[in-house]
Design a protein around this ligand. Structure first.
Ligand code: 0A1
Ligand code: ZN
Length: 885
């Protein structure tokens, strides 16, 4: 058990540092256990600091200090002090001076994968958020921006490739030593979290990109030898991202080279280090036989995301880590727009809303709720959350909605010109939005500071005599930890009044006139909007395009919902109407049987869509997907029995599957592959529909579904086919799924990314003994806790992809995850804490489950030497559970 509570950091305590670092010259003598880092820093008193003659306190962790000198003069041991986390020099010159530090660090012992570490024999780094302090002593905070020059030395045969940020400089051999060196200089000042270094025996795939001003940029993707043939998609995606940012935002790339390195041991998805992005190899490597359509789409989006950070994150960075959503929310928004433009806008928006609901809403509605810009934290690594990323993106999107396309672009241009080269705040960003548009965003700013998903109640009333339609909106946000009182938010809402032919009626708003943009804005707790000259009774379509991240309840009848499902011009709301109908049907089936008539109506509406040749296959696939179990659980709200939720959902799927049997079979036949695989939108859409149909067939007509899946697996056309068929099969308890899982492993045991997929499939298998399966697999020879991807596949796949298994009433699912968290905490706290977030929704479950979850959370908290990371997450969740439901 921890003896003391770790320190909390507060936004209100922000203070500039007393010294600036203008440049950092780093020399690395790479060695697996004793890497020697010689750092030469040009410092000077910071004119923005209020302190005078303050001591110099640099961050440093797990370092061995060898020497310190100021202006060439070595310091004596009583001129400075070293603690576990700092190097303090009480007296330094009050004019520009040079500080030279020499220290050692141990990449092999670095199991946290933060700082300089080894991944499969190569050296690589991860410095965000606070990893640079594990390399050398520095001001490890984003508002200290320096020009970096890096020289590195390593044995030439083992480490032929030497990379760092910026542009390449001198290289050479060191005769007689077998070693060689390379110099890299980055002309753009940057915070140290964007520093990167890579050394290894890697294969490079090369290309070039011509920027809009005619410069040629050399592009390189570095991977393990033998994987060169898997980089083509990543390279195509990179070039597409570069040209899109020029067109959409006028942003040109600024260095002579752009390199990407794929590594197999990485805590997160990827990292935007200046000119040298480091990627989890899962988001680079792709061949039709190894990657699914989803993998291809993710690779494209993550390459884009990291590339876009070059302007939103790197050229303009964050003043402090509380401003994380300044770079992350905005960059997610940018990558969402990119995918919308290069693929289908309608499909992308639905996919994003699904992610938001699956990941962010549960966070915002539970013990881990925090504002998009938090005001305090214990461990910043715990704040790379769906709220900071995805809700942060929604906030940017709402500002775009409020400003309109042209003013938003103007505001972005202003942001880029006003803050280039700076470490900015969320206030700076919103001020650009306000200044460029003249809009008052004072109240809107609350979206950054207030946690919780607003509940929006809407009631429409048609008055035939007066020909008016009144829409009454009421907002309320429930208390979240640390925020008992909530204010009203400024909510932009896309709105349509749909006539009986599916046409949009003109929006003539009382007191305003005909609306230019079909958007209404709610700012107070409650307001009625009256639309005039409405000649016939409309069906209201609200929050079109998911214009605001709220939980909407609308007084729409099942008939209205079915009508919108078939007719709304807003595809998001067409899908949303289907989700609402599906959710209500599942809720109505909780008592054991599916209401016949309602299921029939829903199936007919789906059938109409599925048979309509003018509708995109990807949209059809989305329409077939019923709301996931957590959505149903959240709608129930308390005392949830997750087995009952799973059973009801499966009952509805089975009922729909059998009613839709002919049309699903037609889809199966029509979507058979006829040519070679290509990850293009049309092919991706066709396959999405094919495997969505298979899932329904499996539930509606198990024997046939199993036969189709087996046929597909006997000669799979691509990895998408393999995963589509096996992903369906694991949902039904049949002997075939076990033999097919085994066959998958035997086929792919040599490919680590496919072995991850195999663990993930197992983790998601619906099974009364799911926890025992996880337990058994955690002892499989291919399982290791030291590779994050493997942990995410097995443990993450279980907590998020197997709701009933993880939340088994006996507590065995919680136990197996708690065991994993405790094991992981000893060597990779970031990953341990991430896995512990799986418990975040337990407060809405029934008493036996809550008690069992709490027992395991307390067991984690009692573990010796618990990290700050895990302590923060687990104690917040446990506190939430202690409250009455
Ligand atoms: N900034 C990266 C994500 C990232 C965050 C933290 C990391 O280590 C703790 C690593 C990567 C992105 O948004 O892609
Ligand atoms: Zn990012």
């Amino acid at each position: 058990m921890r003896t003391e509570t770790p320190q909390t950091i507060h936004l209100k305590d922000y203070k500039p540092v007393p010294y600036r670092i203008d440049s950092a010259d780093l020399d690395f003598q790479l060695d697996p256990e004793k890497t020697r880092v010689a750092s030469r820093l040009a410092l000077r008193p910071n004119p923005d600091s209020e302190e005078s003659a303050a001591p110099l306190v640099l961050d440093g962790k797990k370092l061995q200090l060898l020497s310190v000198a100021i202006d060439g003069k070595p310091l004596k041991s009583d001129d400075f002090t070293v603690s576990d986390t700092t190097l303090t020099i009480p007296q330094v010159p009050q004019a520009p001076f040079t500080l030279e530090i020499v220290n050692l660090c141990n990449p092999t012992a670095n199991t946290e994968l933060s700082g300089l570490y080894m991944s499969n024999g190569m050296y690589c780094t991860q410095c965000e958020a606070e990893g640079f302090r594990r390399i050398t002593y520095f001001y490890d905070r984003p508002d200290v921006m320096a020009r970096f020059r890096v020289r590195m030395e390593a044995p030439k045969r083992e480490m032929p490739i030497l990379l760092s940020n910026g542009n390449p400089g001198e290289t050479g051999d060191l005769p007689g030593t077998g070693r060689h060196y390379a110099v890299w200089s980055d002309p753009f000042p940057k915070p140290c979290y964007l520093f990167a270094l890579v050394a290894g025996d890697l294969a490079g795939v090369h290309d070039t990109f011509q920027t809009m001003s005619g410069r040629t940029v050399k592009l390189g993707i570095y991977v393990e030898k033998g994987k060169e043939d898997r980089c083509a998609w990543a390279m195509t995606s990179l070039k597409l991202s570069m040209s899109w940012d020029e067109k959409a935002f006028g942003r040109e790339y600024d260095l002579d080279v752009f390199n990407i390195v794929a590594v197999s041991n990485f805590n997160m998805g990827a990292m935007e280090n200046k000119g040298l992005n480091v990627f989890n190899d899962k988001y680079i490597l792709a061949l039709p036989s190894t990657a699914t359509d989803t993998d291809y789409v993710n690779i494209e989006a993550i390459i884009a995301h990291e590339y876009f950070h070059n302007w939103t994150g790197n050229r303009i960075t964050c003043r402090d880590w509380f401003q994380l959503c300044l770079k992350e929310g905005l960059t997610v928004f940018r990558d969402q727009e990119f995918t919308s433009d290069v693929r289908s806008r309608a499909v992308k928006r639905i996919a994003d809303v699904k992610t938001l609901r699956a990941r962010q809403f549960p966070e915002d509605g539970g013990p881990l709720a925090h504002p998009a810009r938090p005001s305090s934290y214990i461990e910043i690594n715990n704040f790379y959350t769906p709220t900071v990323y995805e809700k942060g993106a929604e906030i940017c999107r709402m500002m775009k909605t409020l400003l309109g396309e042209a003013a938003f672009r103007k505001a972005m241009d202003l942001y880029f010109s006003r803050h280039d080269g700076e470490a900015a705040t969320v206030e700076d960003f919103v001020r650009c939005m306000a200044d460029a548009s003249g809009r008052d965003l004072g109240q809107f700013f609350q979206w950054y500071e207030q946690a919780g998903t607003p509940q929006l109640k809407a009631e429409g009333r048609y008055d035939a005599k007066r020909m008016t339609f009144e829409l009454t909106l009421e907002q309320k946000t429930l208390p979240t930890p640390g925020q008992p009182e909530k204010r009203s938010l400024h909510i932009p809402l896309g709105v349509g009044l749909v006539g009986s032919e599916g046409e949009d009626l003109p929006l003539d708003l009382d007191g305003v006139g005909i609306l230019n943009a079909p958007i209404i804005e709610l700012t107070g707790a409650k307001k009625t909007f009256r639309f005039r000259n409405i000649t016939k009774k409309p069906v209201v379509s609200l929050n079109r395009g998911f214009s605001a991240p709220v939980n909407l309840t609308l007084n729409a009848s099942p008939a209205d919902q079915l009508f919108l499902m078939g007719h709304d011009r807003d595809s998001l709301n067409r899908w949303e109407a289907g989700q609402t109908r599906g959710r209500e049907l599942i809720l109505a089936s909780m008592n054991g049987s599916v209401p016949n008539e309602e299921a029939g109506n829903y199936a007919s509406a789906l059938e109409g869509l599925l048979r309509d040749p003018s509708i995109d296959n990807a949209f059809k696939a989305l329409m077939l997907g019923l709301p996931p179990e957590p959505d149903i659980a959240a709608a129930i709200g308390k005392d949830v029995d997750t087995d009952a939720v799973l059973a009801a959902r499966d009952r509805v799927r089975a009922a729909l599957g059998s009613r839709l049997d002919p049309v699903l079979n037609g889809i199966w036949t029509a979507t058979a592959e006829r040519g070679p695989y290509a990850p293009d939108p049309a092919g991706t859409a066709r396959r999405a529909l094919r495997y969505a149909a298979l899932q329904m067939i499996l539930l509606g007509n198990r024997e046939k579904g199993v036969a189709l899946a087996l046929e597909e697996l006997a000669k799979p056309h691509s990895m998408t086919a393999e995963m589509g068929a096996l992903g369906g099969l694991i949902q039904v308890e049949t002997p075939e799924r076990e033999t097919q899982l085994e066959a998958f492993f035997n086929r792919h045991a040599a490919d680590h990314l496919l072995v991850d997929k195999w663990f993930m499939l197992h983790a998601q298998a619906k099974d009364a003994n799911a926890a025992a399966r996880i337990e058994r697999l955690s002892r499989h020879p291919a399982f290791t806790y030291s590779t994050p991807n493997r942990v995410y596949a097995l443990i993450g796949g279980f907590t998020s992809g197997n709701v009933a298994g993880f939340n088994a009433a006996g507590g065995e699912g919680y136990r197996v995850v708690a065991d994993a968290v405790i094991k992981l905490d000893g060597f990779n706290p970031q990953v341990a804490a991430r896995m512990a977030t799986g418990f975040r929704s337990c407060q809405i479950l029934d008493a036996p489950r809550r008690t069992a979850a709490n027992r395991e959370l307390q067991r984690i908290l009692a573990a010796p030497k618990l990290s700050r990371d895990t302590f923060e997450i687990v104690s917040r969740i446990a506190n939430g559970l202690a409250l009455p439901p």
